[in-house]
Design a protein around this ligand. Structure first.
Ligand SMILES: Nc1ncnc2c1ncn2[C@@H]1O[C@H](COP(=O)(O)OP(=O)(O)OP(=O)(O)O)[C@@H](O)[C@H]1O
Length: 609
C-alpha cells in the first residue's frame, strides 16, 4: 500500500489557523453574528425559567393565589412561544452556515484540485484527497455552525445561571457550585484522552479510505492475481487498529458520563442539604430552593457541552488544517505574472481573436528530473517543424512519456527551455498551449455520461451535427449507431462497456472536434483485432493531417508512416530518421524492428505465440 503518511496534529488551539478559516467564511459573518445573538436569547430564556418557577411558588402557590397563578401562566406561555421562535431561527441560521461553508470550501478545494499539476497527483493518494473533500469539509461546516451554537449557548447559560444564583442567595450558590472546579478538571482530563484516541482513529481512517480506494480500483487485478486473502489480511490489520482506538475512545467516553452525573448529583445534594436547612429555619424560601435544584441540574449540562465542544473544535482544527493544506498547496506550474489568458478568463480561446499557434516545437538543452530524483533528460535537444509527425520509440522507461509530458507542460523543464513557435512556453499562458493541444492517452478516459457528451467534451459548444461529423471522420459512427441508444448510449465510469479500440475511437473523435495544432498520441499496446487496428490507423491518419504530432509508437504502421522516428534510450536520442533511413543504418532501430515489428508483418499462420 502507499507510503504516504498522514501528518500529525498536536496543537491544542491554533489561533492563526482559525483566523484563516474565518477569512474563508467572511460571507457568513452576518449570519454568525445573528446566530450568536439568537443563542444569547435562548440561553437567557432557559436561565429565566427556574426563576419563574421560584416566583410562581413563592408568590402564588404558597399564598394560594390561583388567579395570580393563571395570569402568571400567560406570561410563562409568552416566554415559551418566544423561545420556540428562537429555536426555529437558530436551527435555520446554523443550517445555512453549515451547508454554505461546506459548499464554499468544497468549491475552492475542487478548483485547486483542477489547477494542481501532475506532480501533485504523483505524490498524493486519491483516498487522501477524497477524505479531505468529503468528511473533513463536512466536519468543518458542522463545527463552525453547531460549535458556535453550543458555545454561545453554554457560555451564556453558565454566566446567567451563576448570576441569578449569586443574586438569589450567594452562600447557597457558592456551596452548590463548589463541585464545579472538580468537574472542570475531570472534563479536561477525559476530553484530552478521548481526543487523543479519536485523532488516532482519524489517522487510521485516512489509511482505510486509501485502502478502500486501492481495493476498488485494483479489484480486477487482485482477482486475476488471486491476492484476495493477502489483501484481506492487510486490511484486517488496519481496521483492527481502528477498532482498538475506537474502543479506547468509547471507554473514556463511557467513564466520563458517570463522573459528570455523580458530580451533578453531589451538587444537587449540597443544594438540598444547605437549602433545605435554610427552608426549615425560614431563611430561604421554598421557591428559592426549587430554583436552586433546577439550576444545579441546568448548570452541569453546559459544562459538559463546553468540554465536548472544545474537543470537537480540536478535531475540527485537524480537519481544517488538512483541508487548508490542500487549498493552499502551491500550484507548481503557473502562468508568469503579466501573461494574459488564464483559466477562468471569459473570452473563448477558440474564437478568432485568440492568438493562434503554428506548431513548431523545440527542446533547447532541456534537463528534467521528477521531484528532485535522478535526471531523466539531460541536455536534450530537438527541433520539430509545424505539421511534422514524429514517432518516439524505445524501451520502457527510456523517457518517451516524459518528453511528451514536457511538451504538454504537465511538467516544466528543470533546466533549459521548450519553445513553441520560437517562444519559451513559460512566457505564454497554459491555456494558450492546452487549447491548441490534443492528447489521446493509451487507455483513453471516458467520463460517465453519454457517448455524445464524451465526444463533445473536446469542444463544449459543438452542435450535434459537428459531433456526428467528427465521429464519421474517425470511423466511429458505424459502431456508435449500432449501439442500443446510438449517440445517447450511456457509458459507465471510465467507459466500461466499450472495448479499448472503441474507447480510442471516441477519444479520437473528441480530439478531432477540439481541432488541436499539436497532437500527442500514446498508442495502445494492448492487442486489438486486425479489423479494429485498420480502422484505428485510418483514424490516426486523419488526426495527424496538418498537425504537429508526437506519437509514442507501438504499431508498425504508425512508425513506418512517421516523417521522423526518434529512438530514445536513457533520455537521449540515439538514432533519428525515417523508417527506411533507420533500417539502412542497421543500428538499434533495425534490431528493434526485426525483433518486434517483423512479428506483426508475418501472416497470422506464421506468427510465434
Ligand atoms: N511521475 C513520475 N515520478 C517519478 N519518476 C517517474 C515518473 N514518471 C516516470 N518516471 C521515471 O522516469 C523515467 C522515464 O519514464 P517514462 O515514463 O518517460 O518512460 P517511457 O519511455 O515513456 O516508458 P513506457 O514506455 O514504459 O511508458 C523512468 O525511470 C521512470 O521510472
Amino acid at each position: 500500500m502507499n507510503k504516504f503518511e498522514e501528518q500529525e496534529y498536536h496543537k491544542r488551539f491554533d489561533f492563526d489557523l482559525w483566523k484563516k478559516i474565518f477569512s474563508y467564511i467572511k460571507p457568513y459573518k452576518k449570519y454568525l453574528l445573528w446566530l450568536a445573538v439568537v443563542m444569547v436569547g435562548v440561553a437567557g430564556i432557559d436561565a429565566i425559567f427556574p426563576f419563574m418557577n421560584k416566583i410562581a411558588i413563592d408568590k402564588y402557590v404558597v399564598k394560594d393565589d390561583i388567579n395570580g397563578l393563571y395570569s402568571f401562566g400567560v406570561k410563562y406561555g409568552i416566554l415559551v412561544i418566544i423561545q420556540a421562535i428562537n429555536v426555529f431561527f437558530f436551527i435555520a441560521i446554523a443550517g445555512k452556515i453549515e451547508t454554505g461553508v461546506a459548499y464554499d470550501v468544497r468549491k475552492r478545494a475542487f478548483k485547486r484540485l483542477q489547477e494542481l499539476s501532475f506532480s501533485y497527483y504523483d505524490k498524493t493518494p486519491v483516498g487522501w484527497m477524497m477524505a479531505r473533500m468529503t468528511s473533513d469539509i463536512r466536519r468543518l461546516g458542522e463545527t463552525i455552525a453547531w460549535g458556535l451554537v453550543d458555545f454561545v449557548w453554554g457560555f451564556s447559560m453558565m454566566v446567567a445561571i451563576m448570576g441569578i444564583m449569586l443574586a438569589l442567595n450567594w452562600k447557597l450558590a457558592l456551596i452548590t457550585l463548589s463541585v464545579v472546579p472538580i468537574l472542570v478538571v475531570a472534563s479536561l482530563y477525559f476530553q484530552k484522552k478521548i481526543l487523543t484516541a479519536y485523532r488516532k482513529v482519524r489517522k487510521i481512517n485516512s489509511k482505510i479510505t486509501g485502502a478502500f480506494n486501492e481495493g476498488i480500483m485494483g479489484a480486477k487485478t487482485t482477482k486475476t492475481l488471486v491476492r484476495e486473502k493477502e489483501n484481506l489480511e492487510e486490511f484486517k490489520g488496519i481496521t483492527g487498529k481502528m477498532r482498538h482506538h475506537s474502543i479506547r475512545a468509547a471507554i473514556f467516553s463511557s467513564l466520563f458520563l458517570p463522573v459528570v452525573l455523580t458530580l451533578s448529583s453531589v451538587g444537587t445534594a449540597l443544594a438540598l442539604w444547605y437549602g433545605g436547612e435554610g427552608v426549615v429555619k425560614g431563611i430561604i424560601t421554598y421557591g428559592t430552593l426549587v430554583a436552586f435544584l433546577n439550576y444545579t441540574v441546568q448548570f452541569f449540562e453546559p459544562v459538559r457541552q463546553l468540554a465536548r465542544i472544545f474537543a470537537e473544535l480540536q478535531s475540527a482544527q485537524a480537519s481544517a488544517e488538512r483541508v487548508l493544506s490542500l487549498i493552499e498547496t502551491q500550484v507548481e506550474i503557473e502562468d508568469a505574472p503579466g501573461v494574459i489568458a488564464r483559466y477562468g478568463d471569459t473570452f473563448n480561446p477558440r474564437k478568432e481573436n485568440w492568438p493562434s499557434l503554428k506548431g513548431d516545437v523545440s527542446f533547447v538543452n532541456v534537463s528534467f528530473s521528477y521531484q528532485g530524483g535522478e535526471k531523466v533528460l539531460k541536455d536534450f535537444n530537438l527541433d520539430v517543424k509545424a505539421g511534422e509527425t514524429v514517432a518516439l520509440v524505445g524501451e520502457t522507461g527510456s523517457g518517451k512519456s516524459t518528453i511528451v509530458n514536457l511538451i504538454c507542460r504537465f511538467y516544466e523543464p528543470t533546466g533549459g527551455k521548450i519553445l513553441i513557435d520560437g517562444v519559451d512556453y513559460r512566457k505564454k499562458s497554459q491555456l494558450w498551449l492546452r487549447s491548441n493541444l490534443g492528447y489521446v492517452l493509451q487507455t483513453p478516459h471516458l467520463f460517465s455520461g453519454t457517448i455524445k457528451e464524451n465526444i463533445r467534451y473536446g469542444r463544449l459548444e459543438a452542435s450535434d451535427e459537428e459531433v456526428i461529423k467528427a465521429a464519421k471522420i474517425v470511423n466511429a459512427h458505424d459502431f456508435i449507431i449500432n449501439l442500443k441508444d446510438g449517440y445517447d448510449t450511456v457509458v459507465g465510469e471510465s467507459g466500461s462497456g466499450l472495448s479499448t479500440g472503441e474507447k480510442q475511437l471516441i477519444s479520437f473523435a473528441r480530439a478531432i472536434l477540439a481541432n488541436p495544432r499539436i497532437f500527442v498520441l500514446d498508442e495502445a499496446t494492448s492487442s486489438i483485432d486486425t479489423e479494429m487496428e485498420q480502422i484505428i490507423q485510418k483514424a490516426v491518419d486523419k488526426l495527424l493531417e496538418g498537425r504537429t504530432s508526437f506519437i509514442i509508437a507501438h504499431r508498425l504502421s504508425t512508425v513506418r508512416s512517421a516523417d521522423r522516428i526518434l529512438v530514445i534510450k536513457d533520455g537521449k536520442i540515439i538514432e533519428e530518421g525515417n523508417h527506411n533511413q533507420l533500417l539502412k543504418r542497421k543500428g538499434y532501430y533495425y534490431r528493434l524492428y526485426t525483433n518486434q515489428f517483423i512479428e506483426e508483418e508475418k501472416p497470422e499462420c506464421c506468427q510465434a505465440n
